[in-house]
Design a protein around this ligand. Structure first.
Ligand SMILES: NC(=O)NC(NC(N)=O)C(=O)[O-]
Length: 359
């Protein structure tokens, strides 16, 4: 599952009531928390996390995260790594949803995802979330104060169909639910990195197999976030200079993983280069296999195309049913009261999908 809050998918910590000892942005750093003892700055011991001052008045401390990828949150992780004499006694996690880019004080309708739970020092706490709504923001509350190294929100992306209808998009991007379904080897770095939204800063931000010493070739199988007709593949081998694949090949896969039409015949790569290749025209694709010939690493892989109309229709139905109140009323108006929808009413389909809506 994708960490919807991570800075790696453009999550941000939009506000915290206090961050005297350590900055709120650390909460969503993708890297595991680190610690060096006896490192003192002007505010005290340096921590890789978010840490508030010792509270001398009643109340609790809080931080609000804007999810990089809105979606259904399945598991929250509150990690107090390296916080020992200064971890919070308890925490709770709430969520809300809103369109656009509201200020923190414009956010309302907070719903509890994780009720108040006890915390221990220097420990990863995992909380399952039995909730099916689509959220855009999380609020971590700590009782009464202290430090938390990381907040993770693992879940399923649920993109806004209004952002996809009629637009060419990266059909396999993690931000719209693209994900890895299989991989021959990921010894040095995971294949999931291929689908992250921003460019890789260094080789380690990409995907890399070990040196292959037997016949055959390495490969990755990918499920598209939204099925569609691809027209351009971007194969980004930047940072891979002595270890780029010699060539790649792209094949469409059916739902059960059977190979289908060839999207891109075997084609040579240049080390350290971002390549763009036209993809053979044809039917919509739901998954694909990327062959690395014979092995190596890539920074990113993108597949630009137009989402399929029927897939968008299904997405719009799922989206409309997953909107929490009061966001549902803001998006769907009075029709929100009629949920759950079996099929999307015509006017709502038009509002969510515009002129590209089927029928
Ligand atoms: N040694 C500490 O960590 N002290 C304090 N925290 C920092 N960061 O210095 C505190 O009071 O929680």
């Amino acid at each position: 599952m994708l960490d919807l809050a991570s800075a790696a998918v453009r999550g941000t910590v939009v506000a915290a009531n206090d961050e005297f000892f350590a900055g709120k942005e650390n909460l969503i750093e993708p890297a595991a928390p680190s610690h060096a003892a006896r490192t003192f700055g002007p505010h005290g011991q340096v921590y890789d996390g978010w840490e508030t001052r010792r509270r001398r008045t009643p109340g609790v401390d809080w931080a609000v995260v804007r999810l990089g990828v809105p979606g259904v949150v399945r598991r929250v992780v509150v990690d107090t790594a390296h916080f020992t004499g200064n971890f919070p006694e308890r925490c709770a996690v709430e969520a809300t949803a809103a369109d656009g880019y509201p200020d923190v004080d414009e956010l309302t309708g907070w719903t509890t995802l994780v009720p108040v739970q006890p915390l221990r020092g220097n420990e990863k706490h995992e909380f399952e979330v039995p909730d099916e709504h689509r959220w855009t923001h999380l609020r971590l509350r700590i009782f009464p104060d202290g430090g938390v190294a990381r907040l993770r929100a693992f879940g399923e992306p649920l993109p806004d169909p209004r952002e996809l209808a009629g637009c060419p998009v990266d059909l396999v991007g993690a931000a719209i639910g693209g994900h890895v379904t299989g991989c021959s080897d990921s010894f040095f770095a995971p294949a999931d990195n291929l689908l992250l939204p921003d460019s890789a800063a260094v080789m380690g931000d990409g995907f890399e197999t070990r040196r292959r010493r037997q016949d055959g070739n390495d490969w990755v199988e990918l499920a598209l976030g939204v099925p569609g007709v691809p027209y351009l593949a971007e194969v980004d081998a930047r940072h891979f200079l002595g270890n780029a694949p010699g060539a790649v090949r792209l094949t469409a896969l059916s739902g059960d993983g059977t190979p289908g039409r060839e999207l891109l015949p075997e084609i040579g790569l240049q080390p350290g280069t971002c390549h763009r290749f036209r993809v053979a025209a044809g039917d919509p694709v739901t998954g694909l296999r990327l062959d690395l010939l014979p092995d190596g690493g890539l920074a990113r892989f993108r597949l630009y195309g137009l989402p399929d109309a029927a897939a968008l229709d299904a997405l719009a139905l799922r989206y409309a049913n997953a909107l929490p109140d009061p966001h549902a009323t803001a998006v769907l108006g009075a029709a929100a009261a009629a949920r759950p929808y079996e099929t999307l009413p015509g006017p709502l389909r038009a509002a969510l999908l515009g002129a590209t809506a089927p029928r």
